[in-house]
Design a protein around this ligand. Structure first.
Ligand code: GTP
Length: 235
């Protein structure tokens, strides 16, 4: 395997599958099986999942709600997705631990870095819920922060597109995909990979990001086997 310890970032929206809202059970179990395949090969896996399929803080603000209030609601949405993913992984036979950035002791362990690392060493998939626990941060920022804290070698950002393009491929037919790009080039070309907070954390801590299509079955494994899949961003 190319990497020993990874942080997988999944978007909440992807969990919807073809639905307009919420969680599609087929998509959930297909993610669980893809993750299990990698886990069975001995890779240490931490996961951060977004909450956009359930609630988006930004929309709440448009409706007149306080941004911070909306962001906390979004963090709760990530916990719902995290719990769903935890259940799906366990029913696929993968041992997991869920840690929340906001204390919810009845349903989750609190986030304790050293304990998370110990869980990984023991072969448990660790899911980090509730983002960073702070408003004004995205789940991409949570993913970057946690990845750095647990010394993951890379963040794998699973999306619907298969990498980073010179322009938006849905709008510009001439757009081409990068196999590799530096953080500086992403910045100077104004490409959108993660929000700036998340992006800067990765750059400053020399943590590569791989953007790839998680919705094509088998892609995750191909990537982990060292094949050219998606786009890698590094210094
Ligand atoms: P080891 O010490 O490595 O054996 O880890 P462990 O996670 O198996 O030990 P522990 O006895 O701490 O946890 C047993 C179970 O309780 C696991 O499923 C944990 O996720 C869960 N657990 C631990 N702490 C909490 C907590 O604060 N709240 C909730 N809801 N569950 C917890």
């Amino acid at each position: 395997m190319k990497y020993k310890r990874i942080l997988l970032k999944l978007s909440g929206e992807s969990l919807m599958g073809d639905k307009q809202f919420g969680i599609d059970n087929n998509r959930l179990s297909s993610y669980a099986h893809e993750i299990k395949e990698i886990h069975d090969l001995g890779v240490e896996i931490a996961i951060v999942i977004g909450g956009g399929n359930i609630f988006r803080g930004v929309q709440a603000e448009e409706g007149g709600m306080d941004r911070t209030h909306g962001d906390y609601m979004g963090m709760l949405a990530t916990m719902i997705n995290s719990m769903a993913l935890q259940a799906a992984l366990e029913s696929a036979g993968v041992s997991t631990r869920l840690q929340s950035a906001i204390e919810m002791k009845e349903i989750s362990e609190p986030f304790v870095r050293r304990r998370a690392v110990r869980h990984l060493e023991k072969g448990r998939v660790v899911i980090f819920g509730a983002g960073t626990g702070n408003p004004f941060f995205t789940t991409d920022s949570a993913a970057s922060l946690r990845a750095i804290e647990i010394n993951a070698e890379v963040i794998l950002k699973g999306t619907r597109v298969d990498g980073i393009y010179t322009a938006d491929p849905e709008k510009d037919k001439t757009a081409t995909k990068y196999d590799f790009i530096t953080f500086d080039d992403v910045y100077s070309k104004g490409l959108n990979v993660m929000d700036m907070t998340a992006f800067t954390l990765c750059k400053e801590n020399d943590l590569p990001i791989i953007v790839f299509d998680m919705d094509t079955p088998g892609n995750f494994k191909k990537l982990m086997e060292g094949n050219q899949v998606g786009t890698i961003v590094r210094n």
